[in-house]
Write a protein that binds this ligand. Structure first.
Ligand SMILES: [Cu+2]
Length: 157
């Protein structure tokens, strides 16, 4: 019995190690008003080994895209990118005014305080993919970062 427990324990450690290569901290989504169809999701992603975020999905949105923001002719524009590189050991921040996950075709209003599941798919240099399930907290509409206000999202999409 004792040896069985030890084996089980070591299996758990291995599963944990594989999963811990990519850590997501402080995921949040901006709350929406009733008719609003878009919002943004933000978080910090820290990959122990080089990886790439290749897709995101959530049951509350019809489409989820990875977006970057860039200055084009002095105007801040955003657009979808195919993936976001996650350098080894360095946190990549998705935040208002920067990289973000764009949630489109929202199926319902997102209310402050609720949690929303998100699935991130990360690809390693060996092309192996890993899904990471996280839960994002919905924060108030006016949460930090005026440049990425919901009204602006509505205009650009
Ligand atoms: Cu966007």
């Amino acid at each position: 019995m004792k040896s069985f427990l030890i084996i089980l324990f070591s299996l758990l450690i291995h599963a944990g190690a594989a999963f811990a290569q990519v850590q997501v901290s402080e995921p949040w989504i901006r709350a929406t008003v009733p008719a609003q169809k878009t919002s943004g999701a933000y978080m910090q992603i820290n990959a122990a080994k080089e990886a790439r975020l290749v897709s995101v999905s959530t049951p509350v949105a019809g489409i989820s895209e990875i977006h970057e923001m860039a200055m084009v002719n002095n105007v801040m524009k955003m657009g979808a990118i195919k993936g976001l590189d996650l350098p080894a050991g360095r946190a990549v921040e998705l935040k208002p005014g920067g990289y973000h996950v764009m949630l489109l075709n929202l199926k319902r209003q997102l209310k402050e305080g609720e949690t929303v599941p998100l699935t991130l798919v990360v690809e390693g240099p060996d092309k192996k993919r890993q899904s990471i399930e996280i839960k994002a907290v919905v924060r108030p509409i006016q949460a930090t970062g005026a440049t990425d206000a919901p009204a602006m999202h509505e205009m650009k999409h």
